[in-house]
Design a binder for this molecule. Structure first.
Ligand code: ZN
Length: 473
């Protein structure tokens, strides 16, 4: 995250003037077109097309204008795709018009200057980002900056839209909006507050350097005069990318990083033998409304928890399941169909214990090592199949009965009354009252000195102390 600094105008003006003078004197630039045009006032404008250069395979042409009241220095990109070049040219023309209007309205005490700077950032052989920066220097105190970005797919001769980049469902669920809001909060809480949902429509974004960058122009997030830049690494976005462009953006390096991040997310910390720990567990999810609320509350307290997920729900919403992992929580297995394992035959048990584990792994690349039988119903066959597949069978020691009471106060009271060091507390992240109760539960437990750990982290302690509600090896 960074701010693009304002450039004090006299330095700029000096550099650009020198450049223009230099070009004029030694006549650099293969093609120099001189023309006179009449502007809104009877002022003559000298237009020069000077240097041309190729940046990342794109032709850049700079054009300078010199008149009595202003000078301008504009770099046009040419992709050689007609409709793209036209759109960009129209946008630049619009910036010029805006500038000239302001110049006409000004007192002309000083010569004004317009600078349109263009950067081409190559992403792949046929995808690149164009970053444009507009600067005005009109009166001494008026420095105006504005950024505009375009992402271009040269192979398909089109601009890439945000809606093509991400999965439709993911965008609908606001993941990006919330992520940007969160990043803005790290810069300034007021920016985050100001960021409105409607602004997603005209987001200034581009991808480069293994990250997505978003620009907010002055005034877009309240009262700021600088461009605000938010960067989100693709590692944090990959699960939401649509297949259309995913392959282009997820390079081998990023794929490696994703793998490392996944591994790290499931690696248990070693606990102190005399620590005061509690393991919060959430069953039956992930749920698209409740799980994010639970995650937000846990984050607030830097609390790690364990999510016993149903394989079919993980397959239905792998992005959300991955988000749970990336926030440092343990992904655990809670069967595929939530059947009572005491009521079915061995073959079905194997399916619910082992196939579910494999299906979770296939969907999100994480292989659970803890298993919780639905309703706490298990038998020797369950334990056998779990052990065979390196899964510990985990029950609980505090049942919040959230599924029954659906009442935040009641859930809180049970936790308060029954929690002891080493407790495994059972919740369900599919009921809103559970999410309602969680912040006060976390507050209470942390005030009592508890640290929040995952089941896998707690296991070695439970084994040593021979206590707790768990079975298996
Ligand atoms: Zn359950």
């Amino acid at each position: 995250m960074q701010m693009i600094r304002e450039i004090t105008w006299p330095v700029w003006l000096l550099i650009i003037s020198l450049f223009i003078i230099l070009l004029t004197i030694i006549g650099i630039g293969a093609k120099t077109i001189k023309s006179s045009a009449t502007s809104n006032k009877e002022e003559s404008i000298t237009v020069e097309v000077n240097s041309e250069q190729i940046e990342a395979g794109i032709r850049l042409q700079t054009e300078t204008k010199e008149a009595d009241t202003f000078t301008s220095f504009v770099t046009f990109p040419f992709t050689e795709i007609e409709k793209i070049d036209k759109t960009i040219k129209n946008w630049i023309d619009e910036q010029e018009d805006n500038f000239l209007k302001l110049v006409n309205d000004s007192d002309h005490q000083q010569k004004a200057h317009l600078n349109v700077q263009t950067n081409i950032l190559k992403v792949t052989d046929h995808i690149f980002s164009i970053k444009m920066l507009v600067e005005h220097f009109i009166a001494k105190e008026t420095v105006f900056v504005k950024a505009k970005t375009f992402m271009i797919d040269r192979e398909n001769e089109k601009f890439i839209e945000l809606s093509e980049l991400f999965k439709e469902e993911a965008l609908k669920e606001d993941f990006l909006y919330l992520l940007i809001k969160e990043r803005l909060k790290e810069i300034d809480a007021n920016f985050s507050e100001s960021f409105q949902h409607e602004q997603m429509e005209n987001l200034n974004w581009f991808i480069h350097n293994q990250q997505m960058s978003i620009y907010f122009n002055p005034g877009e997030l309240g009262d700021h005069k600088e461009i605000i830049q938010v960067d989100i690494p693709l590692v944090d976005l990959h699960q939401y990318l649509d297949d259309t462009y995913k392959g282009s953006f997820i390079t081998e390096k990023i794929a490696d990083e994703i793998e490392k991040k996944k591994e790290a997310s499931q690696k248990p910390r070693t606990l102190k033998e005399d620590g005061k720990y509690v393991a919060l567990t959430f069953d039956d999810g992930p749920h698209k409304h409740v799980t994010p609320r639970i995650l937000a509350a846990l984050k607030e307290y830097d609390a790690k928890a364990t999510f016993f997920m149903l394989a079919r729900k993980v397959e239905y919403d792998p992005e959300l399941a991955l988000q749970v992992a990336y926030e440092g929580h343990e992904i655990a297995n809670h069967t595929n169909t939530h059947v009572n394992l005491n009521a079915v035959k061995a073959k079905r048990i194997k399916n619910e214990v082992q196939d579910a584990q494999q299906r979770i792994e296939k969907a999100i690349g994480i292989k659970p090592t803890t298993f919780r039988p639905p309703y706490g119903e298990y038998n020797k066959t369950v334990v056998k199949y779990a052990n065979e597949s390196d899964q510990h069978v985990i029950l609980w020691s505090v049942d919040t009965l959230d599924w029954k009471s659906r009442n935040a106060k009641s859930i809180y009271n049970i936790v308060k009354k029954q929690t002891k060091p080493g407790s495994i507390i059972l919740f369900h992240d599919i009921h809103e009252p559970t999410a309602d109760a969680l912040p006060q539960i976390l507050k209470y437990l942390s005030e009592e000195g508890y640290e929040f750990v995952t089941v896998s982290e707690l296991l070695p302690l439970i084994e040593k102390q021979g206590a707790g509600a768990y079975f298996g090896n």
